[in-house]
Design a protein around this ligand. Structure first.
Ligand code: HEC
Ligand code: HEC
Ligand code: HEC
Ligand code: HEC
Length: 145
């Protein structure tokens, strides 16, 4: 084969393989996007957040996450838009001063003060958990699952 033809052939092979690689990449992106949207559509709020859920998917996602297409945990500031200040949240769960066995306030602890992130304990799309109990054995019967 003359040198020119060889070079041309090589060039063509490169172009074709690049094109098919690109097509595969585009396919993959479309696939991932579909999976991502299926996932978003399958996410629900807790029963106690029914009023949010009733506002429709896009609105409810936006109210907690600040976006219609969330990828990670929301910021506390969005929770506090509805639940008030950290002081107000802490005031909801003040231990009874007359009860010596009262559990400590989860919203105002000796370790984190009032600054613990809401999502350390309150999950939305899976059961909530009491982060403190990684180390302690506190009982909070009023903690909604
Ligand atoms: C009441 C607040 C609230 C609402 C409403 C809400 N989320 Fe969330 N979302 C959270 C919290 C808290 C987390 C972190 C813990 C968890 O997964 O439950 C989270 C985590 C996520 C994550 C990342 C975790 C994962 O599993 O990938 C995605 C994605 C997500 N939410 C999507 C959505 C979508 C979509 C909507 C709307 C249909 C929505 N969320 C509505 C509070 C909310
Ligand atoms: C758009 C307003 C709104 C947003 C945003 C919101 N909530 Fe709520 N939340 C409510 C309402 C309304 C209720 C039901 C009334 C109530 O119990 O205060 C509720 C109830 C709750 C409860 C149950 C209260 C109980 O009685 O035990 C918890 C816990 C809670 N929210 C945590 C969160 C957390 C954590 C976030 C952020 C990830 C968040 N909320 C975001 C409005 C909101
Ligand atoms: C360390 C874990 C933890 C963190 C962090 C946390 N909570 Fe809670 N939360 C709890 C527990 C436990 C209860 C139930 C308390 C009880 O049974 O007395 C509760 C109860 C609540 C309630 C219902 C209170 C009531 O009796 O009316 C609301 C609302 C709430 N949390 C919102 C928030 C918000 C908003 C944040 C972030 C600013 C937050 N929580 C951070 C553990 C936590
Ligand atoms: C990573 C482990 C860890 C986590 C998580 C943790 N603690 Fe502690 N906590 C400790 C240790 C260690 C001590 C010191 C124990 C001692 O001196 O007796 C302590 C001490 C305390 C004390 C004083 C001593 C006592 O037991 O009465 C309180 C109250 C307390 N923690 C509350 C909390 C609360 C509320 C949370 C969640 C918001 C929390 N802790 C999360 C490890 C932890």
């Amino acid at each position: 084969m003359p040198e020119m033809t060889k070079q041309l052939l090589f060039f063509l092979v490169m172009v074709i393989s690049c094109l098919s690689l690109n097509c595969a990449a585009a396919d993959n992106t479309a696939n991932n996007e579909a999976l991502y949207h299926d996932k978003l559509n399958s996410m629900h709020a807790k029963p106690y957040h029914q009023t949010l859920e009733a506002m429709g998917k896009d609105n409810s996602c936006q109210l907690c996450h600040g976006t219609k297409t969330p990828v990670s945990s929301p910021n506390d500031s969005n929770c506090l838009n509805c639940h008030g200040s950290r002081d107000q949240v802490a005031a909801l769960t003040l231990p009874d001063p007359k009860d010596k066995n009262a559990e400590p306030n989860p919203h105002n602890s000796i370790h984190y003060g009032k600054d613990a992130s809401c999502t350390m304990c309150h999950n939305e799309h899976k059961p909530s958990e009491i982060y403190c109990n990684n180390c302690h054995l506190f009982k909070y019967p009023n903690m909604k699952p």
